[in-house]
Design a protein around this ligand. Structure first.
Ligand code: AMP
Ligand code: GLY
Length: 428
């Protein structure tokens, strides 16, 4: 690994962040403030990343274009936001040209790309998760639905489906229809036991040398207050989440993170990036895995990064080069909360292209993470996606962080937009 050593002695890094959402704006902001970073680039970015980085018109799904861009920029580190390019060999291709990548190689990224693969790995590693059955034929459906009768049915497609691959329903005919449709398109589908409890997100930075658990957080996936309405990518989040008590955390590390790290670091190329462990925590405090993602969560990233006291470049670069065990990672004893402002019609059919007024400059304790934003020909900031932006704040208490985030949100004006008023309600 001669290139690792040669990069370590370089004065300041040039970092390319891949993606264009709120998560990537948060990554760009933190990297731009690092003493170790000379320049931050983002592909494709948004109107927010443009303020702290140079945007490049290369899509996050254009793996060849991203590798060429990283080479052209002489990037010393590539930080990958979304999972799709990782499942499409981006980290493998960057390794082939000697550029460190924060994000795992394809063989490990399929932990997110294939739910069945994730189940098989958990079985090998002895990690607690819901029982499941793979269905490949119509004739198996009724007996499988009988097997998991009595609780809502949880049906999962075995493909990357951009958050639309899971149906949880107490309606047998709805479960059956989704199973049939999934078998027709994918050839198979998973039916799994419903896990009761409260969810939390645990982000674990890892490489071949070790792992670091970031403070646990909680996302709000349903569109409307009171956790009702359609599933979304996430309408807000807060950190740390008190449901992940010290006992739950130490159990999660012992029963989930340690065995996963042992498995992942025994693979031909170790896992270098962040493993997102979606936890279900029972009322007895027993954690099991609902899902793995191979990237930072969005919006969990926005409220986790501000609580990391250690320089973010130091942390990410160390993980990309298998030196994580040399870094002493410290955290701020604070709280962070973010509220997503969504476009009219989100999540079904978001209205785009509307002007956003009232955007404020960041303060020390509250700022805007842009997500679906861009500029029109007149130079105005306009909405370009479903989740438009998030107002993020920190505070000595969760209450204080919530107050600051909602105060900032109140100043923003986007016709038809909506947001949840109860982010953090489980902890407040
Ligand atoms: P996934 O894409 O696997 O994270 O699933 C999306 C959402 O469905 C999760 O965040 C949970 O809220 C829910 N879910 C998934 N699997 C289960 C399960 N086995 N039991 C209960 N809820 C689940
Ligand atoms: N907020 C959930 C996710 O990023 O998958």
């Amino acid at each position: 690994m001669e290139w690792v050593r040669s990069i370590r002695v370089m004065a300041k890094g040039s970092v390319l962040v891949v993606g264009g959402g709120g998560r990537e704006h948060a990554l760009c902001m933190a990297l731009a403030s690092s003493e170790q970073v000379n320049s931050v680039h983002c592909a494709p970015g948004n109107a927010g990343t443009l303020e702290v980085a140079t945007n490049h018109a290369v899509s996050a799904s254009d793996v060849e274009g991203l590798v060429a861009l990283a080479q052209h920029l002489q990037a010393t580190l590539v930080v990958v936001g979304p999972e799709a390019p990782l499942c499409d060999f981006l980290a493998d291709q960057l390794a082939a040209v000697g550029i460190p990548c924060f994000g795992p190689v394809q063989a490990l990224a399929i932990l997110e790309g294939s739910k069945l693969h994730a189940k098989e790995v958990m079985s090998i590693a002895g990690v607690p998760t819901a029982e499941y059955q793979v269905l490949t034929s119509e004739s198996d459906i009724e007996s499988a639905l009988d097997r998991f009768e009595g609780q809502p049915w949880v049906v999962k497609r075995d493909v990357l489906a951009g958050g639309k691959g899971v149906v949880v329903t107490a309606d047998r005919s709805e479960a059956k229809a989704f199973i049939e449709a999934s078998i027709a398109t994918d050839g198979k589908v998973l039916l799994e036991a419903f896990l009761e409890g409260e969810e939390a997100s645990m982000l674990v930075v890892m490489d071949g040398s070790g792992f670091v658990c970031l403070p646990p957080s909680q996302d709000h996936k349903r569109a409307y207050d009171g956790d009702i309405g359609p599933n979304t990518g996430g309408m807000g989040a807060y950190c740390p989440a008190p449901v992940a008590t010290p006992e739950v955390l130490s159990r999660s590390v012992r029963d989930i993170v340690e065995p996963m790290h042992a498995y992942l670091s025994s693979q031909p190329t170790p896992y270098r990036g962040v493993l997102y462990v979606g936890l279900m925590i029972t009322s007895e405090g027993l954690p099991s895995v609902v899902e793995f993602n191979v990237r930072f969560g969005d919006p969990e990233c926005q409220i986790t990064l501000p609580l990391i006291a250690t320089d973010l470049h130091e942390l990410l670069f160390a993980a990309a080069t298998d030196r994580l065990s040399e870094v002493n990672v410290e955290f701020h004893r604070q709280h962070a909360l973010t509220v997503v402002l969504a476009a009219e019609g989100y999540p079904a059919s978001p209205v785009k292209g509307r002007r956003i007024n009232g955007l404020q400059a960041p303060s020390e304790t509250a700022w805007i993470n842009h997500a679906g934003t861009g500029h029109n020909d007149a130079g105005d900031v306009v909405s370009t996606g479903g989740r438009v932006l998030a107002c993020t704040a920190t505070g000595d208490t969760l209450d204080e962080a919530a107050q600051r985030a909602y105060d900032l949100l109140a100043k923003i004006d986007l016709e038809g937009s909506h947001y949840r008023t109860d982010i953090g309600h489980r902890a407040l």
